[in-house]
Design a protein around this ligand. Sequence first.
Ligand code: LER
Ligand code: MN
Length: 278
Amino acid sequence: MAALKLALVVSIDNTSFDAVAVRGRWDEGVRMAATLGYDAVELAVRDPAAIDREAVRSVLRESGLAVAAIGTGQAYLKDGLSFTSDDAGIRARAIERMRAHIRLASEFAAPVIVGLIRGRITRDRAATDARFMEALTRLLPAVERSDVRLLIEPINRYETDYLNTIGEALEIIDRVGSARIRVLADTFHMNIEERSIEDALRACGRRLGHVHVADSNREAPGFGHLDFAGILSVLDEVGYSGFLSAEIVPIPDPGSAARQTVQHLKSLLTAVNAEEGM
Ligand code: LER
Ligand code: MN
């Protein structure tokens, strides 16, 4: 089994998004992740212009953690920015904001997530696809210059009506035709939307760029009924060697949820490795 690395989502701002175990005291969150044995943090950033980069850099250096990805959902949730809005001004501001996220990501050698900021279906599906494709195409030069990747994340139907499945994201990725755009597979959303989580992961193949882990109820892995042993074994099959980033609700509390994730996934990884060695 390729050495998968564990990351914990930490929000710099005090977000209202519920599946972030650590919000507010982000520096304590980073230190906690390091203590619990995580390899990295995924930083949720509303606006890169509003964060103290030096402080982030110094806490990361001190804790020895990498940045697994930069999340951008708060630019949509808090600031209403969207690539597919009917309002051309909002679309332009969403692209500008994403350029700032790309610059930040490049400083931390991390990919950038295109999640809720893709927006919802406006007018019709074809018009929405065209707007989304335009945003991605306009961002490509910055992506290439900065040597980062964009990660398109399928999100379940209760949060958006646009791009719910891995197949829909792969179709867009193939249409853009750049190896710098990959898919982000989130086990919580996949449990709602996919016919088979394993088959959807197989369909990604090399286009799989990042993985969010949460159980069926969005609690830490092992607290619901997803088959993480099966998921890890398919990730191995497709040659995925990136991060498993815990995007989980803080139940029963942030520390316990974060600890449970490490314990559950590490014990499964040990079991998969032992089986392979047999
Ligand atoms: C983000 O990674 C996500 O999974 C969504 O549910 C909300 O942004
Ligand atoms: Mn996610």
